[in-house]
Design a binder for this molecule. Sequence first.
Ligand SMILES: *Cc1c(COP(=O)(O)O)cnc(C)c1O
Length: 400
Amino acid sequence: MSKIDLKKAHFSTLCVHGSGGVDEATGALGIPIYQSSTFAFKSAKHGADIFSGVQQGYVYTRIGNPTQEAFEKEMAFLEAGEAALAFGSGMAAISTVVLACCKAGDNFISNNTLYGGTHSLFSETLPNYNIKVKEVDSTDLQNVIDAIDEKTRLIYIETPANPTLAITDIAECSKIAKKNQIPLVIDNTFATPYFQRPLKLGADIVIHSATKYIGGHGDTVAGVVIGKKDFIDKLRSNFLRDLGGIISPLNAWLLVRGLKTLAVRMERHQLNALRIAKFLQFHPKISKVWYPGLTTHPQHETAKKQMLGYGGMVSFEVKGGRKAGEKLMNNVKIFTLAVSLGDVDSLIEHPASMTHSTYNKEELKSAGISEGLVRVSIGIEDPKDLIDDLSQSLHKINLH
Ligand SMILES: *Cc1c(COP(=O)(O)O)cnc(C)c1O
């Protein structure tokens, strides 16, 4: 057990120590990978008591596992929440939360610029079960207010949004949610708890694709939900048990290891991203740059108010549209042409044809995703090398 008072510890200390400390039985400093599907009972009565809830204990890894728990405990600390629940992917976390809150005949509201998988779950899969989404531009909260009706069960907001980095005012949105007694869910994947703690701003539930910055090394797909203990208990004992989208012990362990460096990684991602955003902003072949840390970002003031930093994601438009963007992506050497984000490696991709190809033309337009939009996830390499790489590749674009 840790001797540290984790309630008083600062963020970077929690990243390193929040998962529990030295294992009492063995002295192991790192949490072991409990790679076991099932757990032996001491007697028939012991087994029956655990099932009926009279005694605490492990039963089966779909219901709970010590390595999963170490990760969940740490995420709850980092997001300033009561409890957390890990999932096998970000999409498993998102779909399970929506299904826990909405029944057939209900609807929910989301912002209209979402991760492509989330958008297709909301607009294609869930309507088959008579759960309807109303995707609105939540940078103007009047649109959220106007969309609420007596069947609205959830407000789901991605901020900063993927890929345009549009910002929704979490505190103001939470006032609307509270007034209507509807839970507010924030997808905090882009910011991470290092830069944004939605629960402190009034949100009820936080979701991450832990595949991204939480893991940080591009070696794991996972998700996590943080919220009130009652809600997380219900999510675990009813919905995760039945829907089954659990994380493996190995992946939970990789996330605990990833979290140890979250604070230092995020500092470096942000430092590099700001330098690259500024470089792109003044580049003659770039027409537009989206980064919440730039004063030219349309919601910069909201970002400044609710975020402690602006993260490592930058989107931009190359003059010459799709063709010029393709040339840029094909000629970079340090950046890898790949989807996903939040890795220590820098990545570059084209949302309209890749991560957001689930959007039709009209939806792309209303989400602000143009054919020429390029998204970069800035890694922790030397910023000068990254700028030189973009520079040499942009140089190859002939605009005439
Ligand atoms: C990647 C991503 C998801 C989906 O997560 P997976 O781990 O890929 O299932 C959800 N939201 C955002 C913002 C993402 O970037």
